[in-house]
Design a protein. Sequence first.
Length: 143
Amino acid sequence: MLSRFLITFCIVVSIVIIFSAFVTQKREERRALEAKQKRLTEKVAYFKKKNSELEKKNDGLVNDPIQVEREARESFGYIKPGETTYRKYKFSISEPGNEETEQLSILIKIDSFLFGGPFPWQVPLGIISIATIFLLISYRYER
């Protein structure tokens, strides 16, 4: 009687663990797609804003002689006779390497799969079911 109960319990626990892993995987895929969609909509908004700024700048260059002079001075270093110019240095700061961010994202995915998400109990339940199977096998061989 006890062994039938334990076997049934192990089967049910295995089915629940497999189902929860499948659901967790699909939910993570959906979250990733939603995050990608959000990033793309932000990029679209950024490029629309940038496009409107460039159109304004283009209109200014076409219609405004003062703007043309300023752009010629800043971009190409043009000066009037008798003027002294001082150069500005432009610094660029680079982003951290992709390898570090990839490693962090893999660790975050593993952590969220095991302990976060909709079924944070699936790992402890798996450990309990493995221990139950081990006890069943050891009990059977003791007799």
